[in-house]
Design a protein around this ligand. Structure first.
Ligand SMILES: N[C@@H](CCC(=O)N[C@@H](CS)C(=O)NCC(=O)O)C(=O)O
Length: 241
């Protein structure tokens, strides 16, 4: 059975997870926490330290887009990539747009807030992970916070820059989707899946399956702002997730 190595709260992992669920492919989740992931991925001889990564028999595929392409090739039922070459390119372009213009910026805004709340971030990141994950994150917290801050280049000025980029990207998407149901052609594709996945952990809708007891007010404000700028999200996630 396919194994999906992931951080449960990661938006790029949500892309891979949704693709597997949508295509009704059986898989097993291997939930890891940031910090311990380096060792796990090194053991798998992954090319870099990022998740999602899937292991399917002898094949190891890393990266959310690469995973969707692989799944569509190997398991062609319920395709997420259009067959028509023009539509396929359009879908790949929208997916790259979401990966580059939404993904890093919403993540930076999200962690800019969450890193201020030690017990909340620890409970979020250890959600559905091994029982000792909370303990480890508590012990590692000072190093972990420094690495996350440096790795994502988090500061109040980069947070402001990312907020603007995120607004621009969401406005562009929503402007295009205006009276359309899908980004490409007239069916659900990897383009829609990418755009919705990348904002899902911030919004945490019912089907995202993670409903923390506590949400810092600033984080709720970020969610409300994103939701307001992405009116297409609720129906798309509700209908296809
Ligand atoms: N382009 C990659 C980006 C994946 C990515 O940024 N993953 C983050 C989690 S959201 C990660 O694994 N960070 C830890 C690291 O890179 O060491 C994809 O689409 O899968």
């Amino acid at each position: 059975m396919i194994k999906l190595y992931q951080f449960p709260l990661s938006h790029y992992c949500e892309k891979a997870r949704w693709a597997l669920d949508y295509k009704e492919i059986e898989y097993e989740k291997v939930n890891i926490i940031p910090g311990t992931h380096f060792k796990v991925l090194k053991k798998l001889k992954a090319t870099n330290s990022s998740v999602p990564l899937i292991v399917d028999g002898q094949e190891i595929i890393q990266g959310s887009s690469e995973i969707i392409t692989y799944l569509d090739n190997k398991y062609p039922d319920k395709p997420l990539t259009p067959e028509d070459e023009c539509l396929k390119q359009e879908a790949l372009d929208w997916e790259s747009f979401a990966d580059e213009e939404i993904g890093p910026h919403i993540r930076r805004c999200f962690y800019y807030i969450l890193l201020k709340y030690k017990s909340t971030i620890i409970s979020y990141l250890s959600y559905d992970c091994d029982w000792y994950s909370k303990l480890l994150l508590n012990l590692m917290f000072p190093v972990f916070k420094k690495k996350m801050t440096e790795g994502m280049d988090i500061s109040s000025s980069t947070n402001e820059e990312s907020k603007i980029k995120l607004h621009d990207a969401l406005n562009q998407l929503s402007g295009y989707l205006n009276d359309r149901k899908f980004l490409v052609g007239d069916s659900f594709t990897r383009a829609d899946l990418a755009a919705a996945s990348l904002i899902a952990p911030a919004l945490r809708p019912e089907k995202f399956g993670f409903h923390p007891k506590k949400t810092p007010v600033e984080l709720q404000e970020l969610a409300d702002d994103v939701k307001h700028r992405a009116p297409w999200f609720t129906d798309l996630y509700g209908d296809f997730r």
